[in-house]
Design a protein around this ligand. Structure first.
Ligand SMILES: [Zn+2]
Length: 266
């Protein structure tokens, strides 16, 4: 699930607690999740080194390592997260799903948790990863004009599929495409060519608003407001946040489990 706002949150978390600390050991519970390098070489390259900086590209977290030119690149998959904690301490239930762990000289460790094992770890330069190389622009750096041009180039596509395709725009997945379309009042089944110019402009605004607000919310509050679609995703009654007489619909769109209000979103 981690999408742009979540990875932005992990990036800050990583920077807050894992920079400039000497790595003294690395443990890996599932070596198949390390993609482009053998675990022994991975370990050899990183031990006695430290992380110097971190940034985000799409849904990837990139860390700079002092003294080597390759980067540690983390993709969280569907269920990934980070946890910085005292070595050996089991504080959260999800700690059991730690797949990779960096032990630091200060007695703490950084755990990469990946319940469903869909995440990936690389030790390389970002441009060597196909998904990054082919990635579209960052949505928060996109101008309205560029966005409208992107839409024109993909007129026959379904709007939700368009938003989730990393080659069009980076960082948006199932959850935030649902939220953006809900807040823009656009039905996720719509084709781009059927959207009015006004809807396209609203969509552009909502992409920016939802992603920036979600990043703030994750950092400071941890819970989305009830007026958003997100808190209603996993409820049984599926009541629309805009009108209690509307029932949200769950449907597979572009291969993902979408949620939307068929009455508010047209
Ligand atoms: Zn509604």
């Amino acid at each position: 699930m981690p999408e742009l706002p979540d990875v932005e949150f992990f990036k800050e978390y990583f920077k807050d607690n894992s920079l400039h600390k000497k790595i003294i050991n690395i443990e890996c519970e599932d070596k198949t999740l390390i993609k482009n390098v053998d675990f022994r070489d991975f370990k050899k390259s990183l031990i006695r080194k430290s992380f110097r900086d971190a940034w985000r590209i799409g849904k990837f977290l990139i860390a700079e390592i002092k003294g080597i030119s390759e980067n540690l690149i983390i993709h969280f998959g569907m269920t990934g997260s980070l946890h910085y904690v005292k070595q050996g301490e089991e504080r959260k239930r999800r700690d059991r799903f730690t797949r990779l762990c960096f032990r630091f000289a200060n007695g703490y460790e950084l755990r990469w948790i990946n319940i469903r094992r869909l995440g990936k770890i690389y030790l390389t330069k970002p441009q060597n990863i196909k998904l990054i190389e082919e990635m579209g622009p960052e949505p928060l750096q996109l101008s309205q004009q560029e966005f409208l041009r992107l839409l024109t180039n993909h007129e026959l596509k379904n709007i939700k599929a368009f938003l989730m395709d990393q080659r069009n725009i980076a960082g948006i997945g199932n959850v935030y495409s649902d939220e953006i379309l809900f807040q823009a009042r656009i039905n996720p089944h719509r084709k781009i060519e059927d959207l009015t110019q006004r809807q396209k402009k609203i969509l552009f605004q909502k992409i920016y608003q939802v992603l920036t607000e979600a990043t703030k919310i994750l950092t400071f509050y941890r819970a989305f407001p009830k007026s958003w679609l997100e808190p209603h995703r996993h409820t049984n009654d599926l009541i629309c946040p805009r009108n209690k007489n509307h029932k949200l619909k769950r449907e597979t769109i572009a291969g993902r489990s979408a949620i939307f209000c068929p009455l508010c979103q047209t």
